[in-house]
Ligand binder design. Structure first.
Ligand code: PEP
Ligand code: MG
Length: 593
């Protein structure tokens, strides 16, 4: 066979070399049938058994993921499990069996179609995500009903393989037998799909979006999967194979070194200390973020407590959740952000119609200041929990001093209420704001006098500052964190914080970008909060640079007029400053053959 190369998205980094196994699509079809009155009960109980089985399967997958120390994937499985507890799915299907006297598969299919239709009335992005959840949970229930077995090692040929598949669901990715599957290439899927998030978290090299590949690869053909570059090489030459074997060994060795050093201090060579904290969506992620060396939680996105459910979490439920997070982290700081619902994160319990421009609509603090009882419930739970650890409260999407003052008034009411009920709380919980809209940057001096800390949310600051929708693929190529305007906005906010003597942190994705670390140190930020998986590498880079050099780099970057020039400068300066191990990793990522 001659050598062939297939390029696509680098979905999950790493190198896999082995024999290809092309797997058939596993579509499940079902028979429709009418049932007799006397069979209705049996049919309902057959459906209930399939639901229970799906719950057990998901619990098993979730437990397996926790062992692998994954991150975002736990929240995905949690949302599937919530669907199974949901009356919309289970009770409606049972009603269909009873009312129309049809078999469980047909009744389930009817419910799924209705559910998907009902999501059409909700925000588009939200609908897309929920539709994926409905598809997955529906498919699992249907497979259980018709007795379709899970993908198991016995579906694979003996020995290790690189899988070539049309599509794998997130849970199928999570269940891949790691001792047999070296990596996988998918014809479908995108870099930000749930399956992609899981393959990254589980550290399985993967490439997605290689169109019509299955017909072009022979069963058992030798392939090299380069998940760093997004490349599949079929029937490679001897030279290519040798080169890739060397790269693979280096890559594995470097990853080990980084993990071994996570407990060393996050300090530059000239003694500048910066707190490295984790962003968190669900309390289940705590063991993983501690294992990755997080020194606290810099952003707990509490809106996830409100998603994928019909009702709102009560004060008691929230209180217990916050206490459990605070006590597990104590004495480390935990920054809990009040709910950032709206935009692309919609709770079923919030009755608002689709907004034409949700990112500029009733979102985050705006929603809380309109729904005061909802906001007060969360604040009561937070203040009650405050005695149990090192709590800091963070307000999202603040755009004016007035909003902070309104919140302070509400907090006063909440405290008065708790005191009247003789409930204990800490009076000195630091109150901070997210700096994520341009008006907050322009008002940073005034805002800094009203609060105890700033946390800069670069994800939204880029969106609002550059007028680029975070979730719109058509303009995503313009979403650049190194745009000079972004850098200048960050600088302005940090300068205001320093002048007022309050702390400044960054909690957007930029905080975990190796290329941006000298900028963060040059800005003399107090803390960086990021996806836990980025922590080991960021700490390693920090320990190999100096504050003095970083300030020089920052000043030069601030004088440049374009993102391209800033990135070029950072690449040049950073590769010179990085420690040998991380430098090799970068070079490897950028230049492998
Ligand atoms: C941000 O906007 O940078 C941020 C951290 O908040 P979120 O991603 O939750 O909007
Ligand atoms: Mg934000």
């Amino acid at each position: 066979m001659r050598m062939r190369r297939f390029h696509s998205h680098a979905t999950s980094p790493g190198i896999a070399i082995g024999r290809a196994h092309c797997m058939e699509s596993r579509g499940s079809s079902f028979a429709r049938s009418w049932i007799k009155d006397s069979d209705v009960e049996d049919e309902v109980s057959r459906f209930r058994t399939s639901v229970q089985k799906a719950k057990d399967q998901l619990a098993h997958i979730q437990a397996k993921m926790c062992r692998y120390q994954g991150h975002d994937q736990i929240k995905i499985i949690e949302s599937y499990r919530m669907f199974l507890q949901d009356d919309m799915l289970v009770a409606t299907t049972i009603k269909h069996i009873q009312q129309f006297k049809i078999n469980a598969e047909w009744a389930l299919d009817k419910t799924l179609s209705h559910l998907k239709l009902s999501f059409l009335n909700v925000n588009e992005e939200y609908f897309r995500e929920r539709q994926q959840d409905v598809d997955y949970v529906g498919r699992r229930l249907m497979d259980n009903l018709i007795g379709m077995p899970d993908l198991t090692p016995s579906d694979l040929p003996p020995g290790e393989v690189v899988l070539i598949v049309h599509d794998l669901s997130p849970a199928e990715v999570a269940s891949l037998p790691r001792d047999k599957v070296l990596g996988f290439v998918m014809e479908g899927g995108g870099e930000t799909s749930h399956s992609a998030i899981i393959s990254r978290a589980l550290d399985i090299p993967a490439i997605f979006g290689v169109k019509e590949l299955c017909g072009q690869i022979e069963e058992g053909e030798t392939v090299i999967l380069d998940g760093i570059k997004g490349l599949l090489i079929a029937s490679p030459s001897r030279r290519e194979l040798d080169q890739y074997r060397t790269i693979q060994q280096k890559y594995i060795a470097l990853e080990h070194i980084l993990l071994e050093e996570i407990h060393l201090p996050a300090e530059t060579k000239d003694g500048f200390r910066i707190h490295i904290e984790a962003n968190m969506e669900l309390a289940e992620e705590i063991p993983s973020l501690l294992q990755h060396g997080a020194e606290g939680i810099g952003l707990y996105r509490t809106e996830y407590l409100f998603l994928n459910r019909l009702d709102e979490p009560s004060e008691e439920e929230q209180y217990e959740n916050y206490v459990s997070v605070l006590t597990k982290l104590a004495p480390r700081p935990v920054t809990i952000r009040t709910i950032d619902l709206g935009g692309d994160k919609l709770a079923v319990s919030q009755p608002y119609e689709t907004q034409i421009n949700p990112a500029l609509g009733l979102r985050a603090i705006r929603l809380c200041l309109r729904e005061i009882p909802l906001f007060k419930t969360q604040l009561r739970a937070l203040f009650r929990a405050s005695t149990q650890g090192n709590l800091r409260i963070l307000l999202p999407m603040i755009s004016s001093v007035d909003e902070v003052r309104q919140v302070r008034k509400i907090i006063k009411d909440v405290k008065r209420d708790l005191a009247a009920r003789e409930m204990k709380f800490r009076d000195d919980v630091p109150l901070g704001i997210m700096i994520e809209v341009p008006s907050a940057v322009f008002m940073a001096n005034e805002l800094a006098k009203e609060v105890d800390f700033f946390s800069i949310g670069t994800n939204d600051l880029i969106q609002y500052g550059l007028a680029i929708d975070r979730v719109n693929e058509l303009v995503s190529h313009m979403y650049n964190p190194f745009h000079p305007a972004v850098l200048r906005m960050i600088k302005q906010a940090v300068t205001a914080a320093k002048k007022a003597g309050i702390e400044a942190a960054i909690c957007g994705e930029l905080a975990g970008d190796p290329l941006a670390i000298t900028l963060m140190v040059g800005l003399e930020l107090n803390a960086l909060s990021m996806n836990p998986i980025s922590i080991p590498r960021v700490k390693k880079i920090l320990r190999s640079i100096t504050k003095r050099q970083s300030i020089e780099i920052l000043e030069e970057a601030l004088s440049l007029p374009s993102a391209e020039e800033i990135e070029k400068l950072l690449r040049k300066k950073t590769s010179h400053l990085l420690p040998g191990d991380v430098k090799k990793l970068h070079i490897l990522e950028a230049q492998n053959p």
